[in-house]
Design a protein around this ligand. Structure first.
Ligand SMILES: *Cc1c(COP(=O)(O)O)cnc(C)c1O
Length: 850
């Protein structure tokens, strides 16, 4: 019989159970074990079935179950405790407030834009590392009390679910998600209706986006959704899936994120009486149009393009996440032009007020046919950073052409090394060990882990065994599931019950399948790998997971190559590929593995974060010296695969894989299996202690968010406040144009070394005569640049020292102590100077002696 229609029956939670709803609607439960446990205990089977989603769990409860809970004193007591904990979490003064007390800084607010946020499995708006990083950033900002608001998109289908075909080919599946089943609530406007914001597409078509809010502890995350009835069909699909569709689909999404997203935060602040954000943080270039929109708003109130640009730059931070040029988001110039929509006089209809030609210039690059979102981000932001030290250096080199006339090291792109949110990523059994090592119970303010020996070796090893066992059990179940999905019959699958050995050395490798991450490096010498895996006394097993982007055929081929190897080489019980890598899977993979393998092509991994999650759980690192490991690598904490950067790609892969096998065979395997009488591998445990206590605190998202605050948010907040007093921005814009006009007259006419030859321990004095044309000494800085020189006379990592103007302003003098004997080179340069200029390289103006 066919149903005529459907009827929704949802349970009514009695008053006594209302706190469950409160707890379910704030994602803070996802990093508090006790609340997580509270939900699970309601119905463990249903909990699993809902994919750990308390919203759908509560909706699916039978009336009898609800009644039972409402009378269960123990349950009610636990619930009350969790509610109280949650409330005090939200109220307590935190690091940010304490550290900015009394200062203007205390007022700084930030809007953080990202195409994806990985907060929890039940909020499917992420695909991989970028999203998880954004999620961890929000969580740590909440822990630290940083006044930040997230802005992203609510996707109807999220990212795909992965299964495999019989042949090991990736299959993609999309499920529709109803906002009613997610931890999001509509943002209401002054009339009590769901807030809608809009953005204009070509032919003056207005797209509406509904605004939802997810709460991540104390951080609101605004999510835009075009799948609403008020939109025509072709607009409803704009926010359909993450990273799906063609370039035009992508630019449409980015316009919703940037333009409608900025309008959404502004309206949200208006409605809720919050202060408008001082700082715009663009996590990758996807939200670059937010800056264009902000400029339009300023121009519409009568400001010039230059003033508007000065305001936006003073208040914007751009974070780049890829050192691979091919990874950068670029559009066809004509597409960008079409979406910027010039009217008869060339003024944008997308961001009224902004001349289209000038907006296009902001995104131009070497290829005149391309509009580059990273270049747009850098031109709209005075603050920019990469995500690890090495990545900062690579970014300075990659983008140096945007800052002509200056050395690479002066390119104003700094770095803040990524981190991971410890309470999210540390597995429960490891929590008490980490707490003991750090002396910090909730692990949110763990700066120094001073007590690596707080827990005995056998206890630490017991927990490691427990985590490995958990991984093995999950892997067996998921592997069986995967074989069934691949069409295998139950009768063929007896062997899967015993795959994986809970006592064998387990190596994890899980991340997006992109070429540079080299999933198949381990297959360079298949026979040798086979011998390592099958060693009867000292077996090794690999657990592997990762999705290839649906359009990435090369990635899918790599995946298939790996799966075929596992199937064919008789090692299918030693190499397990688990489909559908996601946050919940990552949690037990990083924790249960003994060694986390990371073998990207150096220096293409900007940071990488899964290895950081592993560290927290006492899993040791085996990595190429790239991304975060290049910075924190330490022979006591793990193993580094030497990289052969300059070799041709084939030789490089061959050498690096050989080094990988050598380290595995000669160092890792023996150390893991070298046991004392109690069966404890003492040397291994020592390494874990070292890695957790020395590396752990450095890779915490808490450290990352503090760094963002100190180095970027607070400085940007200060310049933002100055520039938003518009007379300052106007003066700065006029000053820039004055300096550019006057620069040809600036000259250094003479440099004198007053000291002659200095003795170590004494001082050296220089004087320079500078012609300033129409500029004054306040407009410029005269700098002496001193250091050792290479064989071409180039200064190598020189020191730059500002010279003082004499009373009449034409002479500049400097007196510096010299300690080291030797021969040094020096020169003098003139650069522009203004309080709203962060780096002289921004204007590209510099004068050296002739
Ligand atoms: C942490 C994480 C990543 C990032 O992995 P990398 O090693 O940085 O590439 C990707 N996907 C998921 C689900 C994660 O949890």
């Amino acid at each position: 019989m066919k149903a005529y229609d459907s009827l929704n029956v949802t349970p009514l939670l009695p008053e006594a159970l209302q706190p469950l709803q409160t707890l379910a609607m704030n994602l803070r439960w996802s990093w508090r074990n006790e609340t997580h446990e509270l939900f699970r205990s309601i119905d463990p089977a249903l909990w699993t079935k809902t994919g750990h989603n308390p919203i759908t769990l509560l909706k699916s409860l039978r009336a009898s179950k609800v009644q039972e809970l409402a009378q269960d004193e123990t349950f009610l007591h636990r619930m009350q405790q969790e509610l109280e904990d949650f409330e005090s979490y939200c109220e307590l003064d935190r690091w940010f407030k304490k550290n900015t007390a009394g200062a203007e800084d205390a007022d700084t607010t930030i809007a953080y834009f990202s195409m994806e946020f990985g907060v929890h499995q039940s909020l499917p708006i992420y695909s991989g590392g970028l999203g998880v990083l954004a999620g961890d950033h929000m969580k740590s900002a909440s822990d630290l009390g940083v006044p930040i608001i997230g802005v992203g998109l609510l996707y109807t289908y999220g990212y795909f679910k992965q299964t495999l075909s019989r042949e090991g080919w990736q299959q993609e599946h999309y499920t529709e998600h109803d906002p009613q089943d997610l931890a999001v609530l509509p943002v209401l406007d002054e009339q009590g209706e769901q807030l809608h914001v809009s953005v204009t597409y070509p032919e003056q078509r207005e797209v509406l986006a509904a605004v939802w809010k997810a709460d991540i502890g104390r951080v609101p995350l605004l999510l835009l959704d075009t799948n609403i009835e008020a939109n025509p069909e072709d607009f409803r699909v704009i926010t359909d899936r993450l990273y799906g569709g063609d370039a035009e689909h992508r630019i449409k999404q980015e316009l919703v994120l940037g333009v409608a997203g900025l309008r959404a935060v502004q309206r949200f602040c208006e409605i809720t009486g919050r202060k408008q954000p001082d700082v715009i943080h663009m996590n990758e270039g996807h939200a670059g149009f937010a800056g264009v929109e902000r400029m339009g708003q300023l121009i519409r109130t009568g400001e010039t393009f230059e003033t508007a640009l000065a305001v936006v730059r003073a208040s914007t931070l751009f974070t780049t996440h890829t050192p691979v040029p091919a990874g950068i988001d670029r559009f066809d110039m004509l597409l960008a032009e079409r979406y910027l929509q010039g009217d008869e006089s060339g003024i944008s209809r997308l961001a009224p007020g902004v001349p289209v030609s000038r907006a296009l210039e902001l995104g131009k690059e070497e290829d005149p046919n391309r509009f580059n979102m990273a270049h747009l981000g850098l031109r709209l932001a005075q603050y920019a950073n990469g995500v690890a030290k090495l990545h900062g250096a690579v970014s300075r080199s990659m983008f140096k052409d945007l800052y002509p006339n200056f050395d690479e090291r002066e390119v104003p792109i700094t770095s803040v090394t990524n981190g991971v949110h410890i309470p999210t990523w540390i597995r429960k059994p490891m929590k008490s060990i980490a707490s003991a090592m750090s002396g910090n119970r909730d692990l949110t303010t763990a700066n120094h882990w001073n007590a690596p020996d707080a827990i005995g070796a056998s206890e630490l090893w017991r927990v490691r065994n427990e985590l490995r066992k958990e991984l093995v059990e999950h892997s067996r179940a998921l592997s069986l599931q995967s074989w069934e999905d691949r069409g295998a019959q139950e009768a063929e699958l007896g062997w899967t019950k015993n795959i994986f050995n809970p006592n064998a050395l387990t190596i994890g490798f899980a991340r997006r399948v992109s070429t540079y991450k080299r999933l198949t490096l381990m297959l360079q010498n298949p026979e040798r790998l086979r011998r390592i895996l099958m060693n009867p006394e000292r077996p090794v097993q690999f657990v592997i997971a990762g999705k290839a982007h649906p359009a990435d055929m090369g990635g899918k081929e790599l995946l298939q190559e790996l799966i075929r190897y596992a199937d064919d080489a008789g090692v299918r019980d030693r190499i397990i590929f688990i489909p559908d890598y996601n946050i919940s899977m990552a949690k037990f993979l990083v924790a249960g593995s003994d060694v986390w393998l990371n073998n990207p092509i150096r220096p293409q991994e900007a940071s990488g974060t899964s290895g950081m999650k592993a560290v927290m759980n006492g899993c040791l690192t085996l990595s190429i010296s790239d991304g975060w490991w290049d910075e924190f690598r330490d022979d006591e904490a793990g193993w580094t695969i030497p990289s052969a950067v300059h070799a041709d790609p084939h030789m490089r892969d061959k050498w690096e894989s050989q080094a990988l096998y050598d380290i595995l065979e000669h160092e890792i395997v023996p150390m893991f299996y070298d046991r004392d009488e109690q069966g404890v591998p003492q040397a291994w445990v020592e390494k874990i202690r070292y890695s957790m206590s020395q590396v752990g605190p450095q890779v915490a998202a808490e450290r990352m968010v503090r760094d963002y605050c100190k180095d970027l948010y607070l400085p940007a907040g200060r310049t933002s406040r100055i520039a938003n007093q518009l007379e300052n921005a106007r003066a700065f814009a006029q000053w820039q144009s004055k300096v550019k006009d006057a620069w040809p007259q600036v000259a250094i006419t003479e440099i004198r070394n007053v000291t002659g030859s200095a003795q170590a321990g004494s001082h050296a004095q220089f004087e320079a005569t500078v012609q300033l044309g129409s500029l004054t000494p306040e407009d410029i800085r005269v700098e002496a640049v001193i250091g050792i020189t290479d064989e071409y006379g180039e200064l190598v990592n020189p020191r730059t020292v500002t010279m003082d103007a004499t009373a009449d302003g034409s002479q500049f003098v400097m007196d510096i102590p010299v300690d080291l004997p030797g021969t040094f080179g020096y020169t003098v340069r003139v650069v522009p100077h203004h309080r709203l200029l962060r780096s002289p390289a921004e204007l590209g103006l510099v004068r050296f002696p002739n």
